[in-house]
Design a protein around this ligand. Structure first.
Ligand code: CAP
Ligand code: MG
Length: 431
């Protein structure tokens, strides 16, 4: 029978990637009866110019576009993709190529997109974050400590007035931001326009009373036209951030909104709800660090990155890798986790540490992240025995303790709100 398959044409262990190749690191597991070479040939083929059969016509120039699997290390394979395969500045198309059909191939039991080295010839077509961490700090007038924020809890159900009142208490307790939760947009009991109006009034009052800049991550997630209208409303009311649930909204709409928000002077706070559908299985899907790469490339200013000690999954190694991806100018390779990446002139973005935190866990997360992060403590302030304002104060006292190098218990002797928080939660790690 004439040879049907030609996957082996996409494997060359002697290949050395060209300077402008995109190099993807995959974790892979061949299915029963499939050799390693057949598996990696299929990955490279199906994500570039190949298909399951040899073809009647194959113009020689097509060879220049085919991907090459060139390095295998255990269950990891590196695949080099010629730059011409990729449309300039089109992140969704990149995903269609390297995060598309190959994940459904029967020849593989598991496949995971770990990370990608993007050449500068590819990166230069993207704008990256509008402000960078430095610009955000300048905007918020917060020099060194982590930027702080909280979500009113329960996460959904409050009226716009109740929401804004809790926001005011959060700001008066010393926090910089009040964040909408991922599933709060514009519901019958808490319309977006109403929430913006009330939050604006109380933000101005809190700024007057404290002398500090106060802001919010108000969730504009919806269809793009509605997101644009909501971004306009935020800008008209003097806000400097918009929040988008970037995974549910989709890469294409985040690209549109990045430019639209930038023109309005709005930074984007990216919530990552739904990421765990594809990033928590260590053998299949796409890593959080690659999602972080994509979002920094497109240009969000903040991205949730996990806590490793809170209620949601994410190991310390993963959390650190995601933070490096967002904050470093040159990302160093890390076996099985990160590919080298030179970000060139792409600005930095804040990792957001959030999820099951309370004042007793602040030292743990600051030991992991240091000060360059947005720290969200939500249930961990609204559950404080003396209420939201005291809970925010307790969290700020815990940050001060870390900055001073004072053990929490020591600090708590002179900080009643922290003492009460430790009395309730101690150092417990929620499951
Ligand atoms: C945190 C949170 C955030 C999670 C998201 C929540 O509230 O508002 O959505 O942090 O997870 O709904 O759980 P708590 P991640 O602080 O009360 O837990 O940051 O890992 O994306
Ligand atoms: Mg939430």
């Amino acid at each position: 029978m004439a040879s049907v398959e030609w996957y082996s044409k996409f494997v060359d262990y002697g290949y050395r990637p060209a300077k402008d190749d995109l190099v993807v690191l995959f974790y892979f597991e061949p299915n029963e009866g499939i050799t390693v070479k057949e598996a990696i040939g299929r990955i490279a083929s199906e994500s570039s110019t190949g298909t399951w059969t040899t073809l009647f016509r194959m113009p020689p120039r097509m060879q220049k576009l085919q991907a090459t699997a060139f390095s295998v290390d255990g269950n990891y394979v590196k695949v080099a993709y010629p730059l011409d395969l990729w449309e300039e500045g089109n992140a969704p198309q990149l995903l269609s190529g390297i995060a598309g059909n190959i994940f459904g191939m029967k020849a593989l039991k598991n496949l995971r997109l770990v990370d990608v080295t993007l050449p500068s010839a590819y990166v230069r077509h993207f704008k990256g974050p509008h402000f960078g961490m430095e610009g955000i700090r300048k905007m918020m007038k917060v020099k060194r400590r982590p930027l702080t924020g909280a979500v009113p809890k329960p996460k959904i159900g409050f009226s716009a007035k109740e929401h804004a009142d809790i926001g005011f208490e959060t700001w008066m307790g010393g926090f910089d931001f009040v964040k909408d939760d991922e599933n709060l947009t514009s519901t019958s009991f808490n319309r977006f326009d109403e929430r913006v109006k009330l939050m604006t009034k109380l933000r101005d009052k809190a700024e007057r009373l404290t002398g500090d800049r106060k802001s919010a991550f108000l969730n504009i997630t919806a269809d793009v036209d509605t997101m644009k209208k909501r971004a306009d409303l935020l800008a008209d009311n003097g806000w400097n951030y918009a929040m988008i649930d970037v995974v549910v909204a989709g890469t294409a709409s985040v690209m549109t909104m990045r430019d639209y928000c930038s023109d309005l002077g709005l930074a984007i706070h990216a919530h990552r709800a739904m990421h765990a559908m594809y990033d928590r299985n260590p053998k299949h899907g796409m890593t959080m660090q690659f999602l972080a790469k994509l979002m920094r490339l497109i240009g969000v200013s903040n991205l949730h990155s996990g806590t490793s000690v809170g209620k949601l999954v994410g190991s310390r190694r993963e959390v650190t890798a995601v933070a490096d991806m967002l904050r470093e100018r040159k990302v160093k390779p890390l076996k099985g986790m990160l590919m080298a990446q030179d970000w060139g002139s792409i600005k930095t973005a804040f990792p957001v540490c959030s999820g099951g935190l309370h004042p007793g866990l602040v030292p743990d997360v600051m030991d992991i992240y240091g000060e360059e992060m947005v720290l969200l403590v939500s249930g961990g302030i609204h559950g404080h025995p003396k209420g939201t304002r005291a809970g925010a104060k307790a969290s700020m006292q815990a940050i001060d303790a870390w900055e001073e190098g004072t053990p929490l218990e020591e600090k708590a002797k002179r900080a009643p709100e922290l003492r009460e928080a430790l009395a309730k939660w101690g150092r417990m790690k929620p499951e």
